[in-house]
Design a protein around this ligand. Structure first.
Ligand SMILES: *Cc1c(COP(=O)(O)O)cnc(C)c1O
Length: 344
């Protein structure tokens, strides 16, 4: 956090975060429930997220890179690095604060040759993103590795595609083919597909943070609320315009507040003329274009609102994604570095 109080902050609901993990854990049945905390905990702050989930009982954390794993090292939690080991990662990987998820034959050879210990392995079951093939596994590529978790990743778990079942069956077919302790497939949406998809360990990210990728996850609670301070309040006369390209024109005299938030903070331009903020019970519609650092709000419903007062933006992720045209993932990971992050 900077030494200056920021003019915008994220209100982060730690109870909702933990309740979401507990719900996903319960929906995972007998499988363990981990947490994807890559991209700085989807923008919330990976350390703060991991501390809270570890206290609730979570024992498996997933990041993308070794820099992200190093940032979590002081917490001494079990962390797996999804992108595996490049040559330049080996010093970090052998330091022992996280284990790699090996994705390619070259990564497997590098890890085996280094005498590395526990690892995970990613199997490509049809997404054609990361991982080795089922055929490579059956040909013995993993022989001699000490594998904690053999995992795969679902390409379309947020919709009902035949591909989900095909990917699930491909991973299930590897049971007993390696010495892996565990199998793992489901991300947040995959948990919603049901117990067949949970295997031994689930790996939710999005839903921990309030994302709802499938109707089965409707019980997920909002975690993040952006708030911003009013910088200036003005009366805009009928016929005058507000903001870049003068896209909003007042049809009557309108009370407008300019607040300290913009697309550089992840409040994207898709919210132009569509988003709303709130103070007390009153809705304050966004007027005109969202700027890089500023937004105009119609504050006619809040006569007492003035310079220095705070407003809260409506940011329930399914609705905010539909409104802005961004994905729920982009809305979370776009939250910038300028916010003070305040956990309650
Ligand atoms: C990001 C990621 C997850 C978490 O996915 P969500 O859709 O955010 O729940 C799980 N597994 C892998 C391999 C990932 O890359």
């Amino acid at each position: 956090m900077t030494p200056f109080a920021s003019p915008h902050r994220l209100r982060l609901d730690g109870n909702a975060l933990v309740a979401n993990w507990r719900l996903l854990d319960a929906m995972s049945g007998p499988a363990a429930c981990g947490a994807a905390v890559k991209a700085d905990g989807y923008g919330l702050g990976a350390t703060a997220v991991a501390e809270r989930l570890a206290a609730a009982g979570c024992r498996d954390f997933f990041v993308a890179t070794w820099a992200e794993a190093a940032a979590l090292a002081p917490l001494t939690l079990p962390v797996a690095v999804l992108h595996g080991v490049r040559a330049e990662d080996m010093a970090a990987a052998l330091a022992g604060f996280a284990r790699p998820v090996l994705n390619t034959a070259a990564q497997i050879a590098r890890w085996r040759d280094s005498g590395g210990g526990w690892c995970d392995v990613m199997i490509d079951t049809g997404m054609n993103r990361l991982g080795v093939s089922v055929e490579q596994v059956c040909a013995g590529l993993l022989d001699g590795l000490t594998i904690d978790t053999l995992m795969s990743h679902l390409a379309c778990a947020d919709s009902d595609e035949a591909m989900n079942r095909r990917q699930r069956d491909a991973l299930a077919g590897l049971a007993g083919r390696t010495n892996a302790r565990r199998l793992s497939l489901a991300n947040s949406a995959g948990i919603g597909l049901g117990g067949d998809y949970a295997f031994d360990l689930t790996r939710p990210g999005l839903a921990l943070y309030g994302g709802v990728p499938r109707a089965e996850l409707a019980g997920i609670a909002q975690v993040v609320t952006p708030q911003a301070q009013v910088l200036q309040r003005r009366r805009v006369a009928a016929g005058d315009t507000v903001g870049y390209n003068a896209t909003w024109r007042a049809v009557r005299d309108t009370d407008v507040a300019i607040v300290n938030l913009g697309y550089a903070d992840g409040y994207f331009r898709g919210f132009s003329d569509r988003g709303t903020a709130r103070v007390g019970g009153s809705a304050l519609p966004v007027l005109g274009r969202v700027s890089m650092d500023l937004i105009a709000l119609d504050v006619g419903a809040a006569p007492g609102l003035g310079e220095g007062d705070w407003v809260a933006f409506d940011f329930a992720l399914p609705a905010a994604a539909a409104l802005s045209g961004m994905s729920q993932y982009e809305l979370l990971t776009g939250l910038g570095a300028r916010y003070d992050r305040i956990w309650a």
